[in-house]
Design a binder for this molecule. Sequence first.
Ligand SMILES: C[S@@+](CC[C@H](N)C(=O)[O-])C[C@H]1O[C@@H](n2cnc3c(N)ncnc32)[C@H](O)[C@@H]1O
Length: 209
Amino acid sequence: MPRASPARTGLRTFGAGVKHLDLFSGIGGFALAARWVGWETVGFCEIDPYCQQVLRKHWPDVPIYDDVRELTGETVGHVDIITGGYPCQPFSVAGKRRGEADDRHLWPEFARLIRELRPRWVVGENVAGHINMGLDDVLSDLEGLGYTWEAFVIPACAVNAPHRRDRVWFVADSLGTGIRANAGAQSRTEVECPQLFQEDWQTLPDDIE
Ligand SMILES: C[S@@+](CC[C@H](N)C(=O)[O-])C[C@H]1O[C@@H](n2cnc3c(N)ncnc32)[C@H](O)[C@@H]1O
Protein backbone atom coordinates (compact mmCIF):
# COMPACT_ATOMS: atom_id res chain seq x y z
CA MET A 1 0.00 0.00 0.00
CA PRO A 2 1.47 3.44 -0.86
CA ARG A 3 2.42 5.68 2.05
CA ALA A 4 0.80 9.08 2.58
CA SER A 5 3.27 11.70 1.40
CA PRO A 6 3.15 15.46 0.88
CA ALA A 7 2.90 14.93 -2.86
CA ARG A 8 0.00 12.49 -2.48
CA THR A 9 -1.93 14.68 -0.06
CA GLY A 10 -1.37 17.87 -2.05
CA LEU A 11 -0.40 19.72 1.14
CA ARG A 12 2.63 21.26 -0.56
CA THR A 13 0.31 23.90 -1.96
CA PHE A 14 -0.03 25.16 1.62
CA GLY A 15 3.66 25.23 2.52
CA ALA A 16 6.43 27.78 2.80
CA GLY A 17 5.90 30.73 5.10
CA VAL A 18 3.20 29.06 7.20
CA LYS A 19 3.76 29.58 10.93
CA HIS A 20 2.78 26.59 13.04
CA LEU A 21 2.20 26.22 16.79
CA ASP A 22 2.05 22.66 18.12
CA LEU A 23 0.22 22.13 21.42
CA PHE A 24 0.54 18.89 23.44
CA SER A 25 3.53 18.20 21.21
CA GLY A 26 4.58 14.81 22.58
CA ILE A 27 7.60 13.80 20.52
CA GLY A 28 6.69 16.05 17.63
CA GLY A 29 4.51 14.04 15.22
CA PHE A 30 2.72 17.13 13.95
CA ALA A 31 5.97 19.07 13.68
CA LEU A 32 7.53 16.29 11.60
CA ALA A 33 4.59 16.47 9.19
CA ALA A 34 4.91 20.27 9.25
CA ARG A 35 8.57 19.98 8.27
CA TRP A 36 7.62 17.67 5.38
CA VAL A 37 5.21 20.24 3.97
CA GLY A 38 7.49 23.23 4.58
CA TRP A 39 5.70 24.89 7.52
CA GLU A 40 7.79 26.66 10.15
CA THR A 41 7.05 25.35 13.64
CA VAL A 42 7.45 28.43 15.84
CA GLY A 43 6.59 26.87 19.19
CA PHE A 44 5.89 23.67 21.06
CA CYS A 45 3.87 23.26 24.23
CA GLU A 46 4.67 20.08 26.11
CA ILE A 47 4.82 19.43 29.85
CA ASP A 48 6.62 16.08 29.93
CA PRO A 49 10.41 16.43 30.47
CA TYR A 50 11.31 13.35 28.40
CA CYS A 51 9.19 14.54 25.46
CA GLN A 52 10.81 17.97 25.82
CA GLN A 53 14.24 16.32 25.49
CA VAL A 54 13.18 14.60 22.28
CA LEU A 55 11.76 17.84 20.88
CA ARG A 56 14.94 19.74 21.79
CA LYS A 57 17.07 17.15 20.01
CA HIS A 58 15.17 17.40 16.73
CA TRP A 59 14.13 21.08 16.83
CA PRO A 60 16.90 22.75 18.86
CA ASP A 61 15.87 26.27 17.88
CA VAL A 62 12.14 26.05 18.56
CA PRO A 63 10.92 27.29 21.97
CA ILE A 64 9.13 24.76 24.17
CA TYR A 65 6.45 26.18 26.46
CA ASP A 66 5.81 24.01 29.47
CA ASP A 67 2.22 24.01 30.70
CA VAL A 68 -0.58 24.90 28.30
CA ARG A 69 -2.55 26.35 31.21
CA GLU A 70 0.09 29.07 31.55
CA LEU A 71 0.70 29.79 27.86
CA THR A 72 -0.78 32.97 26.42
CA GLY A 73 -1.31 34.10 22.84
CA GLU A 74 0.79 37.16 23.54
CA THR A 75 3.82 34.98 24.35
CA VAL A 76 3.50 33.05 21.08
CA GLY A 77 2.75 35.86 18.58
CA HIS A 78 1.25 35.38 15.13
CA VAL A 79 0.57 31.82 13.90
CA ASP A 80 -1.31 30.54 10.85
CA ILE A 81 -2.09 27.08 12.17
CA ILE A 82 -2.38 25.43 15.57
CA THR A 83 -2.21 21.66 15.84
CA GLY A 84 -2.80 19.54 18.91
CA GLY A 85 -3.34 15.96 19.95
CA TYR A 86 -4.94 16.99 23.25
CA PRO A 87 -4.79 14.42 26.07
CA CYS A 88 -7.07 11.49 25.37
CA GLN A 89 -7.41 10.05 28.88
CA PRO A 90 -10.73 11.84 29.65
CA PHE A 91 -12.34 10.10 26.65
CA SER A 92 -10.42 6.87 26.20
CA VAL A 93 -12.28 3.60 26.53
CA ALA A 94 -9.18 2.34 28.36
CA GLY A 95 -9.80 4.89 31.16
CA LYS A 96 -12.67 5.97 33.43
CA ARG A 97 -14.19 8.26 30.78
CA ARG A 98 -14.77 11.13 33.19
CA GLY A 99 -14.75 13.63 30.31
CA GLU A 100 -14.90 17.24 31.48
CA ALA A 101 -14.63 16.11 35.12
CA ASP A 102 -11.13 14.77 34.44
CA ASP A 103 -8.24 17.12 35.39
CA ARG A 104 -6.57 16.16 32.14
CA HIS A 105 -9.44 17.64 30.08
CA LEU A 106 -7.38 20.35 28.39
CA TRP A 107 -9.54 21.17 25.37
CA PRO A 108 -10.70 24.42 27.09
CA GLU A 109 -7.05 25.58 27.11
CA PHE A 110 -6.70 24.68 23.42
CA ALA A 111 -9.91 26.66 22.71
CA ARG A 112 -8.64 29.63 24.75
CA LEU A 113 -5.44 29.78 22.68
CA ILE A 114 -7.45 29.58 19.45
CA ARG A 115 -9.50 32.52 20.70
CA GLU A 116 -6.38 34.50 21.62
CA LEU A 117 -4.35 33.70 18.50
CA ARG A 118 -7.07 33.45 15.82
CA PRO A 119 -5.09 31.14 13.48
CA ARG A 120 -6.47 30.57 10.01
CA TRP A 121 -6.41 26.79 10.57
CA VAL A 122 -6.71 24.39 13.51
CA VAL A 123 -6.02 20.65 13.36
CA GLY A 124 -6.91 18.38 16.29
CA GLU A 125 -6.48 14.69 16.94
CA ASN A 126 -7.81 12.31 19.56
CA VAL A 127 -8.88 8.75 20.28
CA ALA A 128 -11.97 7.26 18.66
CA GLY A 129 -13.67 7.19 22.10
CA HIS A 130 -13.89 11.00 21.82
CA ILE A 131 -16.48 10.66 19.06
CA ASN A 132 -19.27 9.74 21.45
CA MET A 133 -17.84 11.70 24.38
CA GLY A 134 -16.80 15.32 24.11
CA LEU A 135 -16.28 15.77 20.37
CA ASP A 136 -19.64 17.47 19.86
CA ASP A 137 -18.71 20.06 22.47
CA VAL A 138 -15.30 20.61 20.88
CA LEU A 139 -16.82 21.12 17.43
CA SER A 140 -19.52 23.42 18.74
CA ASP A 141 -16.86 25.46 20.61
CA LEU A 142 -15.05 25.82 17.28
CA GLU A 143 -18.24 27.01 15.62
CA GLY A 144 -18.74 29.48 18.47
CA LEU A 145 -15.25 30.81 17.73
CA GLY A 146 -16.22 31.29 14.08
CA TYR A 147 -14.63 28.20 12.53
CA THR A 148 -16.08 25.68 10.14
CA TRP A 149 -14.75 22.17 10.47
CA GLU A 150 -14.59 18.74 8.93
CA ALA A 151 -13.94 15.63 11.04
CA PHE A 152 -12.40 12.36 9.85
CA VAL A 153 -11.61 8.94 11.24
CA ILE A 154 -8.19 7.79 10.07
CA PRO A 155 -6.76 4.49 11.29
CA ALA A 156 -3.06 3.92 11.90
CA CYS A 157 -3.01 1.24 9.22
CA ALA A 158 -3.85 3.92 6.62
CA VAL A 159 -0.19 4.94 7.02
CA ASN A 160 1.08 1.37 7.03
CA ALA A 161 1.05 0.55 10.77
CA PRO A 162 0.30 -3.17 11.30
CA HIS A 163 -2.86 -2.50 13.31
CA ARG A 164 -6.03 -0.49 12.94
CA ARG A 165 -6.15 1.97 15.90
CA ASP A 166 -8.76 4.49 14.73
CA ARG A 167 -8.13 8.15 15.48
CA VAL A 168 -10.49 11.08 15.05
CA TRP A 169 -9.11 14.21 13.42
CA PHE A 170 -10.69 17.57 12.71
CA VAL A 171 -9.57 20.38 10.46
CA ALA A 172 -11.11 23.77 11.20
CA ASP A 173 -10.92 26.87 9.05
CA SER A 174 -11.56 30.43 10.19
CA LEU A 175 -12.67 31.55 6.74
CA GLY A 176 -15.13 28.74 6.27
CA THR A 177 -13.83 27.91 2.83
CA GLY A 178 -12.15 24.99 1.23
CA ILE A 179 -12.78 22.28 3.76
CA ARG A 180 -15.84 20.60 2.32
CA ALA A 181 -14.47 20.96 -1.18
CA ASN A 182 -11.24 19.21 -0.19
CA ALA A 183 -12.79 16.64 2.12
CA GLY A 184 -13.35 13.00 1.42
CA ALA A 185 -10.56 11.38 3.45
CA GLN A 186 -12.86 8.65 4.62
CA SER A 187 -13.99 7.66 1.19
CA ARG A 188 -10.43 7.92 -0.13
CA THR A 189 -9.32 5.65 2.72
CA GLU A 190 -12.00 3.23 1.77
CA VAL A 191 -10.77 3.12 -1.80
CA GLU A 192 -7.05 3.02 -1.05
CA CYS A 193 -7.12 0.85 2.06
CA PRO A 194 -9.77 -1.80 1.48
CA GLN A 195 -8.07 -3.97 4.11
CA LEU A 196 -9.40 -1.60 6.78
CA PHE A 197 -12.78 -3.03 6.23
CA GLN A 198 -11.73 -6.63 6.75
CA GLU A 199 -13.27 -8.09 9.87
CA ASP A 200 -10.14 -9.88 11.08
CA TRP A 201 -8.01 -6.72 11.20
CA GLN A 202 -5.98 -6.54 14.42
CA THR A 203 -7.09 -3.87 16.91
CA LEU A 204 -5.28 -2.42 19.94
CA PRO A 205 -6.60 -0.40 22.90
CA ASP A 206 -6.87 3.18 21.77
CA ASP A 207 -4.69 4.80 24.43
CA ILE A 208 -1.50 3.05 23.28
CA GLU A 209 0.79 5.79 21.99
C1 LIG B 1 -1.65 12.41 23.04
S1 LIG B 1 -0.14 13.12 23.47
C2 LIG B 1 0.28 13.99 22.00
C3 LIG B 1 1.20 13.24 21.09
C4 LIG B 1 1.79 14.10 20.00
N1 LIG B 1 0.81 14.54 19.04
C5 LIG B 1 2.97 13.42 19.31
O1 LIG B 1 3.10 13.54 18.09
O2 LIG B 1 3.79 12.79 19.99
C6 LIG B 1 -0.63 14.40 24.58
C7 LIG B 1 0.54 15.18 25.16
O3 LIG B 1 0.02 16.24 25.98
C8 LIG B 1 0.99 16.49 26.97
N2 LIG B 1 0.39 17.29 28.05
C9 LIG B 1 -0.42 16.84 29.04
N3 LIG B 1 -0.75 17.85 29.87
C10 LIG B 1 -0.16 18.98 29.37
C11 LIG B 1 -0.13 20.33 29.80
N4 LIG B 1 -0.78 20.75 30.90
N5 LIG B 1 0.59 21.21 29.06
C12 LIG B 1 1.27 20.80 27.95
N6 LIG B 1 1.30 19.52 27.52
C13 LIG B 1 0.58 18.62 28.22
C14 LIG B 1 1.40 15.08 27.41
O4 LIG B 1 2.64 15.09 28.09
C15 LIG B 1 1.44 14.35 26.06
O5 LIG B 1 2.73 14.30 25.54
